[in-house]
Design a protein around this ligand. Structure first.
Ligand SMILES: Nc1nc2c(ncn2[C@@H]2O[C@H](COP(=O)(O)OP(=O)(O)OP(=O)(O)O)[C@@H](O)[C@H]2O)c(=O)[nH]1
Ligand SMILES: [Mg+2]
Length: 462
């Protein structure tokens, strides 16, 4: 990967293959000179100091390999002639008829005029090197391009607008201030001048440690799941109506439903999209005491249990047409760390009066459809609350979890050292470690290896 930014790069920016229009992007100090050699056109309106590009209408003159005469192509050029561009250097986007051989010829001609072919992600790399984006935002650009559904697009856009960078950058600034105080104190150690009180130091370091740990935990839970769709697990006693509810929400008869208690023996996963959010809806075997001689039932119980533990959201199903069982009573009392919704099923059989369910229970019926829309809404609201405030794209979670955890650990030990009256030097060393790790996340500290990992996944032209 080339970190040079003083040559001028060119690449196809639109999707490969034939189309009505193709876009070629050129960036570098020589953009204007390169264009002058090959483009005839009039300068449209535009203000050099504006962030808006100049719009040039004209023709591109290309020397054909097969024909003696030049090929003249109608072209529209958007030109950012100063540093007010994506890459913070002169940049042009050339709109041409989208024929692959013509676009190819245009790119080769631009190379003959002084540009060179760009590598993968090199435009975004330049934006990063110029300080326009940090690394998490560069990854978000890729997240936007790769987004498969509205939810992942939303995460990528939030990250692009600084969702992860802003809290991390302000944390780094705060830690840099603390470090400066400590280091100033070290310089005057003989005079016994204190630049920051121990109590203040302890309070700030502990707060930073907690914050970084919580971000690390969020990223960690994100990178562990193989699919980004959150897991919503239906559970409850046999015959409570779990499989019926799965079928109703999934809109297909995926799970077997029957009046025989203990119908579901396995677990069943269905991908469901509600309000543009994709989720995995998981049906489990009804919870019951099973004798150790019934191996299938025992297996069903342990499979259900493990799904239940891995849930992002649990849906406790209780038959609202029956008096509440001791199991349901006990289950309702149990504190659950995982967010949970309580659903009173079979509402159509209650004659409008369900048994004594607690008030936040949602009453549903798969026969009349009662409460199903409310349930869909409640699932989405609960998931948005439970998946944390900072959405991140999966590649960032994978790249940064270890760094954030290392930063959190260093800060926790800095907090311990402060409490135990250790010397400022030790505390400063831990702070430096944390700063270095946080710097790697946003790219304030980077190595070629880190840049390679981030940008090699990009396609050429981005
Ligand atoms: N009237 C009515 N019957 C329902 C409703 N939901 C489920 N049932 C019936 O209740 C019985 C049990 O439903 P299932 O969906 O199989 O229950 P389950 O919780 O999956 O049961 P197990 O798999 O055995 O744990 C079936 O006969 C369903 O037709 C409902 O909303 N209204
Ligand atoms: Mg079932």
């Amino acid at each position: 990967m080339s970190l040079a930014i003083d040559d001028t790069i060119v690449a196809l920016a639109s999707a490969a293959g034939g189309s009505y229009e193709g876009i070629i992007r050129v960036s570098g100090p020589a953009v204007v000179e390169v264009l002058k050699k090959i483009f005839d056109g009039e300068t449209g309106s535009g203000d050099l100091q504006s962030k808006r590009p100049l719009v040039l209408n004209g023709r591109l003159r290309l020397a054909s390999d097969t024909r003696a005469q030049e090929v003249h192509l109608p072209a529209l050029v958007y030109l950012w002639p100063t540093s007010r561009s994506y890459t913070r250097q002169p940049l042009a986007e050339i709109y041409l008829p989208g024929s692959p051989p013509l676009l190819d010829l245009a790119i080769r001609s631009l190379c003959k005029c002084g540009a060179r072919l760009a590598g993968p992600g090199e435009f975004t790399l330049r934006a990063f090197l110029a300080g326009r984006l940090d690394l998490t935002q560069a990854e978000a650009v890729l997240g936007v391009i790769d987004a498969q559904d509205a939810a992942s697009l939303q995460s990528a856009l939030t990250q692009l607008s600084g969702g992860l960078s802003h809290p991390l950058a302000s944390l780094r600034n705060q830690l840099l201030d603390l470090l400066a105080h400590l280091e100033a104190g070290l310089d005057f150690v003989d005079e016994d001048i204190e630049f920051i009180s121990r109590a203040e130091l302890q309070q700030q370091v502990t707060a930073a440690a907690t914050k970084v740990q919580s971000i690390a935990d969020q990223l960690n839970s994100r990178s562990e799941t193989s699919t980004s769709a959150p897991r919503v697990v239906l559970y409850g006693e046999p015959n409570a109506g779990k499989s019926s509810l799965l079928n109703a929400l999934a809109g297909t008869a995926a799970a077997i439903v029957s009046p025989v208690a203990g119908t579901t023996r396995d677990y069943l996963v269905r991908l469901v999209t509600i309000d543009n959010q994709q989720l995995q809806l998981i049906d489990t075997a009804g919870v019951e005491e099973v004798s150790s001689t019934n191996a299938i039932a025992a297996d069903a119980q342990s499979l259900g249990q493990s799904q239940h533990q891995q849930a992002d959201l649990q849906l406790l199903c209780i038959d609202s047409s029956q008096p509440m069982s001791p199991w349901s009573h006990a289950e309702l009392q149990r504190n659950s760390l995982t967010p949970r919704l309580i659903i009173g099923t079979k509402f159509d059989q209650t004659g409008g009066h369900s048994f004594d369910l607690p008030s936040p229970a949602l009453l549903t019926s798969v026969v009349t459809g009662h409460g199903l829309d409310e349930l869909r809404g409640a699932i989405i609201t609960a998931l948005r609350k439970s998946t944390g405030e900072i959405p991140v794209v999966a590649t960032t979670a994978l790249r940064c979890t270890a760094s954030l955890q290392a930063a959190a650990t260093a800060l926790a030990s800095a907090a311990d050292l402060t409490t135990n009256g250790a010397s400022d030097e030790w505390i400063a060393a831990e702070l430096r470690l944390a700063l270095d790790e946080l710097g790697q996340v946003i790219g304030a500290v980077y190595t070629d290896d880190i840049l390679d990992r981030v940008f090699s996944r990009f396609c050429i032209g981005k």
